[in-house]
Design a protein around this ligand. Structure first.
Ligand code: CMC
Length: 392
């Protein structure tokens, strides 16, 4: 026995110290290594943010060029991986493929990954950041029955991802700079978010000294749930189910009814209680993309806008401080770009990989590192004697 603090859902427990990301939920503030997310989203780009998260400072031009070169060098998957992809059922969810393929990387690199060696930790980090877009794009290609498209190292990280998703042998996808910028912004806005459920999962898995690829696969599995990264897919599916703006009041009533498990997906956040600063930038980006594509009047998007308006005016949502979160707007952009809803969460996973990896490296460098081992409040039977099956 012993005295433990009981904190279900870890609403008030700090599990570690960290210098990577700061969030002030009341002020709607999100800082990476001290830099505000809106400044990064408007002035930086994804690989620069990756460098910042991993190494603590913005890179010089030479440092950035070297980093981009290293990431580019690792974008290919081992050719044997192709068989692994092909082993999945045609209708597998791409998140199931991602959990499997990333976990399987442990089998490809077990002989060169000694987590006690800082250089090997570095190589594992770069491999993960570099290969994740290829894995996500191939999961997509497999699901639509198209041939895998190999990475092109002359493109930016976001352009290359769009190329691997949308190019087909007969027609190379022509990347529109506004769309690749919007893609890059989605990557940046999801890059890290301190000790959220999937990051905490990665840290807990790694606290036992597990292989890094297996730890990241655990993070991907956690992210999949609809209360976390799966919310972007669930949100778009909800909008499709609502269908037309006249149905909105019914769904708002359902979300408020405590006897109905339905929630407005893409609304609410554990930490942000005023607004989600990522959602602000994402909303602007969504407007830009819809205008570019000339689909501002798309019925689904009209429903999204009207739902946002009605929920923000409703007393229930106002009192409980429930605002659209990052997943509400990212789904709209991805839908407009032509991604199927099943790809939304894999895109979140690839963006968040740098956050998981940065937190993993930080944890392993901590001399105080201990295995994560929560306790429990036991509410079961006290000790009793075994009864043979004939006497029960
Ligand atoms: N629709 C209707 N009611 C809601 C919603 C919602 N989306 N979110 C919270 N509530 C209510 C909830 O019923 C509870 O009411 P009461 O106090 O009367 O019991 C109150 O608001 C507080 O909710 P909670 O579930 O105790 O809050 P939490 O901090 O445990 O959960 C959350 C946060 C994000 C899981 C939750 O808001 C939610 O389920 N939202 C929908 C899913 C979603 O959009 N998730 C993405 C989060 S942002 C990106 C990410 O993390 O991946």
């Amino acid at each position: 026995a012993g005295v433990f603090t009981y904190d279900p859902g870890f609403t008030s427990t700090a599990s570690c110290d960290s210098t990577i990301t700061f969030i002030d939920g009341q002020k709607g503030e999100l800082l990476h290594r001290g830099y505000p997310i809106d400044q990064l989203a408007s002035q930086s780009h994804y690989l620069e943010v990756c460098y910042l998260l991993l190494y603590g400072e913005l890179p010089s031009a030479a440092q950035l060029a070297d980093f981009e070169d290293r990431v580019t060098h690792h974008t290919m998957l081992h050719e044997q991986m192709v068989y692994f992809f092909r082993g999945f059922r045609r209708d597998a969810h791409p998140m199931a493929i991602m959990v499997g393929v990333v976990g399987a990387m442990a089998a490809f690199y077990h002989d060169s990954t000694d987590i006690n060696d800082p250089w090997q930790r570095e190589v594992a980090s770069i491999r993960l950041i570099a290969k994740m877009p290829t894995i996500a794009a191939w999961a997509y290609k497999y699901s639509v029955g198209q041939p895998f498209v190999y990475p092109r190292n002359d493109l930016t990280y976001a352009e290359n991802f769009l190329h691997m998703c949308f190019s087909v042998p007969a027609a190379e996808y022509k990347v529109n700079p506004i769309l690749s910028r919007a893609m890059d912004r989605i990557f940046m806005l999801h890059a890290d978010h301190e000790q959220n459920a999937s990051t905490s999962t990665v840290r807990l898995a790694s606290s036992s000294g597990a292989n890094p690829f297996a730890c990241i696969a655990a993070g991907i599995a956690c992210l999949w749930g609809p209360a976390h990264g799966g919310a972007n897919q669930a949100c778009l599916e909800m909008l499709k189910e609502i269908g037309t703006p006249d149905q909105i009041p019914e769904y708002i009533e359902r979300a408020k009814d405590k006897n109905d498990p339905f929630r407005l997906m893409g609304f609410g956040h554990r930490v942000y209680k005023n607004f989600d600063p990522r959602a602000k930038v994402m909303k602007e980006s969504a407007d830009e993309v819809l205008e570019l594509l000339g689909i501002e009047n798309n019925p689904l998007l009209q429903t999204a806008k009207e739902l946002e308006k009605q929920a923000l005016e409703d007393d229930y949502f106002v009192e409980k401080k429930l605002f659209p979160n990052v997943d509400f707007y990212s789904g709209i952009i991805l839908e407009a770009m032509g991604f199927p809803t099943a790809m939304f969460t894999p895109i979140f996973a690839l963006s968040r990989t740098v956050g998981w990896v940065s937190q993993w490296k930080e944890q392993l460098a901590d001399p105080q590192l201990k295995i994560g081992r929560p306790r429990q409040l036991y509410l079961g039977e006290t000790a009793r004697d075994y009864v043979s099956i004939d006497n029960r």
